[in-house]
Design a protein around this ligand. Structure first.
Ligand SMILES: Cc1cc2nc3c(=O)[nH]c(=O)nc-3n(C[C@H](O)[C@H](O)[C@H](O)COP(=O)(O)O)c2cc1C
Length: 317
């Protein structure tokens, strides 16, 4: 996830149970692009002991090929191509989710990249641009390029992050694709994870915002798969997680106000998981401008030993 999934974040997730595989945020590819230094640094630092997949986004075949060759020189397990980003600044340039309006171009790009990439080559896609019906055209294209993995975020681009998530179309992909399929979209608890696995028959799950809100989620899913009781973090565990997130960016020169602002990319999601406290926490934390005020709000809501499920209040389809 952009501006979230760097080495420091991966490490915090790993310390709380950890994912099996980590993804980088996407590398932007265009005529004069260079690999983003901070993404390369994260890949090289990878403190997790788990594989990392490097993602890229763009639409220019020669430059995608050039970038794939550069990424292959790094310690990455696979190169992933993004066909899902819904940001207007991206899709209006016919990249990310915007490419889903042009299946022929997707076909050409995947062909060129599959021919280039010597390590594993994977794709992360949404269902279509405006209509999920487009997935019926896209799937055979994905199927013919010998992908090593397909991750399906089961929403259209215009849906953004809204509901419903079309899990049944992930199942169609799992049944049709010759490679493993990962299910993605709105997985926020161990119970939901098992339900999505059963419904989609996917080989595994990709988790985005749920990992920010609840970095214990991966180990909770494993506990649930083993039939063990799920261990929930206490308020103080969540407080320690927020303190650790703050410390990842607490370098000289960042003002407390900017740092509190920066933290909102995490606390906006964590706050959603605080049940009856969510509204008051989010209201106060969004207004915090100093370290003291920021952590006063956190302590007010989290300085306790009660277990927290960290599920969003709107739990969906
Ligand atoms: C802040 C943020 C940044 C994201 N950046 C990326 C990205 O760089 N590459 C990508 O494939 N998906 C990105 N996504 C999408 C997520 O990977 C995921 O597909 C989406 O959030 C749905 O899954 P979730 O419901 O588990 O969050 C991003 C999502 C968010 C919220």
């Amino acid at each position: 996830m952009q501006e979230v999934t760097d080495a420091a974040f991966w490490e915090l997730v790993q310390q709380r149970g950890g994912a099996d595989v980590y993804w980088t945020e996407y590398c932007r590819v265009h005529a004069v692009s260079c690999l983003e230094k901070w993404i390369v640094a994260s890949v090289r630092a990878n403190p997790t002991g788990r594989p990392v997949v490097a993602q890229m986004i763009g639409n220019d075949i020669p430059h995608l090929v050039r970038t794939a060759r550069q990424l292959e020189q790094l310690p990455v397990a696979a190169i992933d191509f993004n066909l899902g980003c819904p940001a207007p600044v991206v899709y209006k340039k016919c990249a990310g989710g915007g490419l889903l309006r042009d299946p022929q171009r997707v076909d050409a790009i995947l062909g060129a990249l599959r021919e280039t990439v010597r390590i594993k080559f994977t794709v992360k896609t949404r269902l279509g641009f405006e209509s999920a019906a487009a997935f019926a055209t896209l799937l055979p294209i994905f199927a013919r390029h010998s992908l090593d993995l397909l991750t399906v975020h089961a929403r259209t681009v215009t849906q953004g992050y809204g509901l419903p998530v079309h899990y049944d179309l992930i199942r169609r992909a799992a049944e049709m694709m010759p490679c493993p399929v990962l299910a993605n979209g709105h997985i926020y608890s161990a119970d939901q994870a098992l339900a999505v696995l059963a419904r989609t028959k996917a080989r595994g799950l990709m988790i985005g915002r749920g990992a920010i809100r609840n970095p214990w989620l991966f180990s909770q899913i494993r506990q649930r798969l083993r039939g063990e009781p799920v261990m929930y973090p206490t308020g103080r565990d969540v407080l320690a997680y927020i303190e650790a997130l703050w410390a990842t960016n607490d370098t000289n020169g960042v003002s407390e106000k900017l740092q509190a602002q920066w933290m909102k990319r995490f606390t906006n999601y964590i706050g959603e998981g605080l049940g009856a406290h969510a509204g008051r926490f989010l209201y106060a934390i969004r207004r915090a401008e100093t370290r003291a005020e920021f952590f006063r709000v956190c302590r007010e809501h989290l300085d306790h030993d009660d277990a927290l499920k960290l599920e969003p209040s709107e739990t969906g389809p």
